[in-house]
Design a protein around this ligand. Structure first.
Ligand SMILES: CC(C)(COP(=O)(O)OP(=O)(O)OC[C@H]1O[C@@H](n2cnc3c(N)ncnc32)[C@H](O)[C@@H]1OP(=O)(O)O)[C@@H](O)C(=O)NCCC(=O)NCCS
Length: 223
């Protein structure tokens, strides 16, 4: 279950809707015919009409809070199990992480001193997509987008695009100028997503740590 609180204010969604970014992507991708933006008890919710029958559904972008470390652990482990070739880390490694590790991640600061903000796409109280932004203390100009994953049930509805914009907005608020990421060269869905979201390859490549036979490349965009 998702808690009633969120740090995601309603005005943010209204503002991004005006800019055609995060919520715009959700509405577009959900094939919305009618739409309304509402704030419900401190939670900003996007309501989308999903077809000619007038049925409505909602997807919320939620920022993970410190007491949600178990839900965070669960969705991250689902991601690693579902898409092992997409990530530098791997399931067995993260299954073995301590409670302290997940609590630190959820609370927004890692033991190495990085700041981390994690965003979730929530539909019908289910956590269905994840992405995080990291800002290392030694490079204030650069933030990294990591851990992007969307449950197969929610794919191609704009969730990943909305999460990219949420992380980019967070990076901007943190004073970063650049947002960078690593993506496996052969991961066409993710590569296309990032190209469509304004990232370009910057020429750096490296073996994927979890599967060194695969090559990943760095992509960068201004925020
Ligand atoms: C890559 C991934 C995050 C995309 O999530 P998604 O919510 O389906 O993406 P969106 O709906 O926001 O798509 C945005 C754009 O990305 C591109 N895209 C997404 N999935 C695609 C696919 N399967 N094939 C080609 N392009 C794709 C499209 O350009 C799409 O825009 P469009 O629907 O208007 O054409 C998802 O497929 C996933 O979780 N894959 C496994 C994990 C992974 O690869 N993570 C990335 C680690 S770097």
């Amino acid at each position: 279950m998702v808690g009633p609180r969120t740090t995601w204010p309603t005005w943010y969604l209204l503002e991004t809707a005006a800019q055609g970014s995060a919520s715009g992507a959700l509405l577009r991708a959900a094939g919305a015919k009618r739409l309304a933006l509402v704030g419900v008890a401190f939670r900003a919710v996007i309501i989308v009409g999903n077809g000619s029958d007038g049925a409505m559904s909602a997807i919320t972008i939620h920022r993970v809070e410190p007491d949600e470390w178990e839900q965070l652990r669960d969705i991250r482990l689902r991601a690693l199990a579902n898409a092992p070739a997409a990530f530098g880390s791997w399931l067995a490694r993260e299954r073995g992480q301590s409670e302290r590790y997940w609590r630190d991640w959820a609370s927004g600061t890692t033991r190495s001193g990085d700041r981390i903000a994690t965003f979730i796409a929530v539909a019908e109280d289910r956590w269905l997509a994840l992405a995080a932004g990291i800002r290392p203390p030694d490079d204030p100009q650069t933030a990294a987008l990591v851990s992007m994953w969307v449950d197969p049930a929610l794919r191609r509805r704009g969730a990943a695009h909305a999460l990219v914009e949420a992380v980019a907005e967070w990076a901007r608020e943190q004073g970063a100028r650049r947002l960078e990421l690593w993506v496996t060269r052969t991961n066409t869905p993710a590569r296309t997503l990032y190209l469509r979201s304004g990232f370009t390859p910057d020429g750096r490549t490296q073996p994927l740590p979890s599967r060194p036979s695969l090559i990943e490349e760095a992509m960068v965009r201004h925020v």
